[in-house]
Design a protein around this ligand. Structure first.
Ligand code: ATP
Length: 293
């Protein structure tokens, strides 16, 4: 299977933060959701994928190409949606389009107007009057109007109302139908991923914890609930992290089958949500989490 995005052993350090030996493959034709808590390195990773930030070491290739030689070609094939305002605020959407259009040989005016209409965006109002939702829609319009093969979005659904969020996910889902496009996007709204993601990439404290097919996460990971007397030094090692209370314990395992074999019917085993996985991984020992990546 072809990889559209490939990061190998990427390192990037800021004071107080480090993206460590980060390797990632994003498969062509699928939607990959990029999840992780605040400040764990999602935007940093996305900026490096967009060549807005250079890694300290490691390699990044997009469509099998290197930014050093093929920056223009790579950028033409990407539609990028960023959660900050990247437009010149005093311009109108119409004026902004005139600026952006020449950068893309596949720019499609008819498609642009189709999205403007669909998103009910004003063409002649200054962008500074746009609400956060309108800004996101404008950003999406620009990203989708040049037949990009790869759509990269940094928290596209943040600040959007639930109805538009759902419509946006539907739109992205429809874009995926011919198998030629690839979407990579970060989000804090993990329930959005239920509707659309084929793969999940999970980053924690600058480390790649996993990239897995969504359905496999549910097969492998599990929340185990039981009485605290089932826990001892050996059984506790089975878990990424454990929450104990007066009523018993709740814990996350990366190996559901093994937990079933060890605890049998003495525990309740449930499907974890992505939020459970994020919560317990944060809670658990960093080294322990990494050994299961
Ligand atoms: N240009 C920079 N200079 C210094 N530190 C930076 C810079 N950019 C990011 N950081 C730091 O790197 C860390 C990771 O930031 P990043 O924006 O990648 O996180 P994130 O996972 O996208 O977070 P969030 O979900 O909160 O947006 C943070 O501690 C941030 O303060």
């Amino acid at each position: 299977m072809e990889n559209v995005i490939e990061l190998q052993h990427v390192n990037k350090a800021f004071s107080g933060f480090q993206l460590k030996d980060f390797s990632l493959s994003v498969k062509k034709g699928f939607v990959t959701g990029f999840i992780g808590g605040n400040g764990v390195g999602k935007s940093t990773t996305i900026k490096m994928i967009m060549n807005l930030l250079k890694p300290d070491s490691g390699t990044i290739s997009i469509f099998g190409l290197d930014y050093k030689k093929h920056e223009k070609e790579i950028k033409e094939r990407i539609g990028f949606v960023f959660d900050d305002n990247i437009f010149y605020e005093n311009l109108t959407l119409q004026e902004m389009k005139r600026l952006i259009k020449p950068a893309y040989k596949n720019w499609d005016d008819a498609l642009f107007h189709q999205y403007v209409e669909m998103f009910e965006l004003p063409l002649k109002k200054s962008i500074k009057t746009f609400s956060k939702g309108m800004m996101m829609k404008a950003s999406l319009t620009m990203a989708l109007s040049h037949h990009a093969e790869l759509i990269i979005m940094d928290e596209p659904t943040s600040g959007l109302d639930p109805i538009f969020r759902r419509e946006l996910l539907e739109l992205l889902h429809n874009l995926m139908q011919n198998g030629e496009k690839t979407i990579f996007f970060s989000t804090h709204i993990t329930t959005d991923l239920d509707r659309i993601a084929d793969y999940i990439t999970f980053i924690h404290n600058g480390q790649h914890i996993f990239t897995k097919e969504y359905y496999k996460i549910e097969e492998e990971y599990a929340i185990v609930k039981g009485e605290t007397n089932l826990l001892d030094r050996d059984t506790e090692r089975e878990f990424i992290a454990i929450r104990k209370s007066n009523h018993g314990f709740e814990a996350l395992t990366t190996n559901k089958q093994r937990a079933e074999a060890i605890f049998g019917k003495s525990v309740i085993i449930e499907k974890p949500t992505l939020e459970d996985i994020m919560f317990y991984t944060k809670k658990g020992n960093e080294k322990y989490a990494k050994s299961y990546s």
